[in-house]
Design a protein around this ligand. Structure first.
Ligand SMILES: Nc1nc2c(ncn2[C@@H]2O[C@H](COP(=O)(O)OP(=O)(O)OP(=O)(O)O)[C@@H](O)[C@H]2O)c(=O)[nH]1
Length: 599
């Protein structure tokens, strides 16, 4: 019965306790037994390891017996926690009528509390603030309730104060969900439209699309049509998450469930697409479909060349579940064979890098990240590049445009000065400020994306002792005085070290690269000049003096085995050398340069 359905999600700043609260709700409603709580988590991890894919349960149906004596169906929809996934968050929100806004009682309102709140308000959701972690001695629930009242106009006294960890007052939250969140609207006897708000890949049933049926109904026997992708599919089954997948006959308007599509890749069945029936298709899709667009690009190379097939395999597996990760083969003279990868943003890039290292146990080297540039040529052509190597000759270029972002930083007021300094040093432009809570300031800037993709977040955290948080969104492309900075070793340009930088920074960056390389490249049999060049001018140079190295000189005696051993060792070392022109450079040198902090 549609009147007793409640579709809701939990939104929060990272670490404020979203997952812990979800676990408690599952437990309180008896969806997962106390004993299964831990067992279930272990199971899915084992599965994950076996199949190399992530098993997500990002929509769960719970049956709740409310104090009014009636039983309600509560559908909890999970939202991704990182700012780079705000489009995915907005789709998950579009599948709900209400949202629990969880705020950590020791931390208070943070950048992503606000960012997610604004997204939820955009989707016209009923917001239920919840203050979590009241069991901690440093909790300040009254203060934070007051902040939330100021922000939302919600009476502070009515905000539940809970501990998701030990379960205190979580029952109040269930009652508020039933009372405050409206049931879904939507006709059953009409043409069918269902929103895909998430998906995952299952090796038996293909891509599992998580759907919210807005109108009409879907059975496992219907042929379905994906409106944005313009393709048809015959589902393997339809069902609900309880929390594991359970096949049912029919999903109806208001329901949240899944469609096992049999498709081989999430790219064929994208978040935000609308599903309708092939036999009786809807005319207009549900609002808001957007193709995720990568914003940050970097080369990923295996440290050991022989790991290339494993790296390829790992990227393919990650892509099964992540339609926004793109990659294609790339070669670099310094790093050999690897992949050019595109990410939604800096956090997405970090997540992928971490997963490759942790889950797939790969040693990788990631080249300096780049953004996408629009290059307007003198002949009127516009080309889009995401790597400095692709930049055409300067004489042919009219102007280069780069992506700018709206950046919001949320912090205790004490750090106002140091944040201003950090942002303006990176070409950021101050726009406005607000004080949504006492002693907390929200600063709004515009800043080139290229300035925040390397070390910006870490620097912000260290300058504010971890207290500041940030959120950013694409604003537009703007022309900038951008130049290509190249590094030449013995007159040969080294592709992996090239970058596109602002004119004013070229000198400083060039000099620091040359200095680092001078220390890292071993002496050769001849003098090796190292130069940084920009706009056809050498802006920095250093020389590595020649040396005549005789490895056998140390072996004064005639011990032939010792001599052979040394020669062997030298041969092995050479394997890891890269030849740039005539110069042999240990790969480790490149890695060191790429991994060194900027500044
Ligand atoms: N003391 C205490 N700790 C809590 C409570 N709720 C959550 N935590 C802890 O806070 C940390 C973050 O909790 P999660 O539930 O993983 O937070 P999350 O918001 O889901 O985090 P992300 O998944 O990173 O977005 C964990 O170490 C939890 O054990 C609580 O009520 N009291």
């Amino acid at each position: 019965m549609i009147e007793r359905i409640r579709n809701f999600c939990i939104i929060a700043h990272i670490d404020h306790g979203k997952s812990t609260l979800a676990d408690r709700l599952l437990q309180l409603t008896g969806t997962v037994s106390d004993r299964d709580m831990t067992a279930q988590i272990l199971d899915s991890m084992d599965l994950e390891r076996e199949k190399g894919v992530t098993i997500k349960a990002s929509a769960v149906r719970m049956m709740y017996n409310a104090l009014d004596g009636l039983q309600y169906e509560l559908n909890l929809i999970d939202t991704p926690g990182h700012v780079d996934f705000s489009y995915e968050v907005s789709r998950a929100l579009a599948a709900c009528e209400g949202a629990l806004l969880v705020v950590d009682a020791t931390q208070g309102i943070e950048a992503q509390t606000l960012a997610n709140l604004y997204l939820a308000l955009d989707s016209n959701l009923v917001i239920i603030p919840v203050i979590n972690k009241i069991d901690l001695p440093s909790a300040r629930p009254d203060e934070i309730a007051q902040d939330l009242q100021n922000l939302l106009g919600f009476p502070a006294a009515d905000i539940p104060r809970i501990s998701a960890k030990d379960g205190t007052n979580v029952d109040q939250v269930l009652e508020i969900i039933v009372k405050k969140i409206p049931p879904p609207k939507g006709q059953i006897e009409t043409t069918t439209r269902a929103l895909i708000f998430d998906s995952h890949y299952d090796s038996y049933k293909g891509v599992i699309a998580y759907v919210r049926v807005s109108e009409g109904k879907i059975s496992g026997r219907d042929e379905l049509h994906l409106m944005a992708h313009k393709s048809n599919l015959k589902p393997v089954e339809v069902g609900i998450f309880v929390p594991t997948m359970k096949a049912i006959d029919l999903l109806e308007a208001g329901d949240v469930g899944y469609i096992a599509t049999g498709l081989k890749s999430v790219t064929e069945c994208r978040v935000g697409d609308t599903i309708t029936l092939t036999a009786n298709p809807a005319e207009v899709p549900l609002a808001g479909y957007r193709h995720p667009k990568p914003m940050v690009f970097a080369g990923i190379y295996p440290v050991e060349g022989e790991d290339y097939p494993e790296l390829k395999d790992a990227l393919e597996k990650l892509q099964l579940n992540d339609a926004s990760l793109i990659f294609e083969p790339e070669t670099s003279q310094a790093l050999n064979f690897g992949f050019r990868c595109g990410f939604l943003g800096l956090f997405h890039m970090e997540i992928i890098q971490e997963r490759l290292e942790r889950e797939y146990d790969l040693d990788i080297i990631v080249t300096a990240p780049s953004v996408e540039y629009e290059v307007h040529m003198r002949d009127g052509q516009v080309i889009v590049i995401d790597s400095p190597v692709q930049l055409p000759d300067e004489g042919l270029i009219e102007e280069i445009r780069e992506p700018w972002m709206n950046l919001e930083i949320f912090s205790p007021t004490d750090y106002y000065g140091t944040i201003m300094d950090l942002v303006t040093k990176r070409r950021g432009v101050f726009k406005e400020q607000d004080y949504p809570a006492p002693n907390r300031v929200q600063l709004v800037f515009e800043i080139p994306l290229s300035e925040i993709i390397v070390n910006f977040f870490d620097e912000l955290k260290s300058r504010t002792r971890g207290y500041a948080s940030m959120d950013y969104h694409f604003a537009d492309y703007r022309a900038g005085s951008l130049v290509k900075l190249e590094v030449l070793v013995n007159q040969d340009p080294v592709d992996a070290l090239a970058s596109i930088v602002h004119k004013d920074e070229a000198y400083h960056r060039g000099q620091s690269l040359v200095t680092k390389l001078k220390d890292l490249i071993p002496r050769q049999q001849f003098d090796v000049p190292i130069q940084a060049s920009s706009s056809g001018r050498i802006i920095s140079r250093a020389n590595i003096k020649a040396v005549r190295k005789d490895v056998l000189a140390k072996c004064y005696g005639g011990d032939i085995t010792r001599k052979n051993k040394l020669l062997d060792k030298q041969k092995k070392g050479k394997k890891r050398m890269k030849l740039i022109g005539k110069v042999e450079i240990p790969q480790a040198a490149f890695m060191a340069v790429l991994q060194l902090e900027e500044e």
